[in-house]
Design a protein around this ligand. Structure first.
Ligand SMILES: Cc1cc2nc3c(=O)[nH]c(=O)nc-3n(C[C@H](O)[C@H](O)[C@H](O)COP(=O)(O)O)c2cc1C
Length: 197
């Protein structure tokens, strides 16, 4: 069941109603459904058909290791002004937060060609991510696209089998059934729109 009840969402309904989800229900979407939704990524536009995108579902063993690193990162952020007890508590909150994401998918792109070509492949993979977010939403699955420090570390790439020199993680998609849907926040389109002569 999706956001608008048990019916198919039109593309425009999905675009407008999709929200980034931070809090998930405990129940995990089935692996087949996650794969079905990820497969919509490959239909994104991409210049020269380089198909630069790669999708990695992070398994439970690697998730536990990453949660440990997430704990350390949260502690590193406060280490200068927090005492030991506060650091432990901040670290534990971070660990629990990471572990509360039912499924984690890393979306990466192959870095080939010159700078401009890499920018285009990065852009195409961002389009793939939005395809995936919209497809997921129409299945009643929510996502948070995250680019936190853990997604950028070389160790993260290596841990999940990505060659850091050749391929870069664009983000993690924290994935699951929404427990809470945040309110939409946007400027008015009329404030952002111009027509030139
Ligand atoms: C490239 C990119 C990176 C993002 N990284 C984060 C992130 O690290 N942490 C986070 O909370 N949200 C992240 N988001 C999600 C935005 O916070 C979210 O899209 C924004 O608040 C608007 O909310 P909406 O998606 O519900 O419209 C990211 C979104 C994009 C496109």
């Amino acid at each position: 069941m999706n956001e608008l009840g048990n019916k198919t969402l039109s593309v425009t309904e999905a675009i407008q109603s999709r929200r980034t989800i931070f809090n998930f229900k405990l129940e995990k979407p089935a692996r087949e459904e996650i794969e079905e939704v990820l497969a919509f990524g490959i239909w994104a536009p991409n210049h020269r058909l380089t198909e630069p995108w790669r999708f990695t579902i992070i398994g439970e063993k690697k998730k536990l290791i990453l949660a440990g690193r997430y704990r350390e990162i949260q502690i590193e952020k406060v280490i200068e002004h927090a005492n030991e007890q506060q650091q432990t508590s901040v670290g534990q909150k971070g660990y629990d937060k990471f572990m509360s994401k039912p499924v984690i998918v890393a979306v990466s792109y192959i870095k080939s060609g010159n700078n401009f070509e890499q920018r285009e492949d990065y852009a195409a993979t961002c389009c793939a991510i939005q395809n995936i977010q919209l497809a997921a939403w129409s299945h009643g699955i929510g996502m948070q696209w995250s680019t936190g420090p853990i997604t950028r570390e070389k160790e993260t790439h290596t841990l999940i089998g990505i060659n850091y020199e050749e391929e870069e993680i664009i983000g993690f998609l924290y994935t699951g059934y929404p427990a809470e849907i945040p309110k939409a926040r946007r400027k008015l389109f009329s404030e952002l729109f111009r027509v030139t002569a």
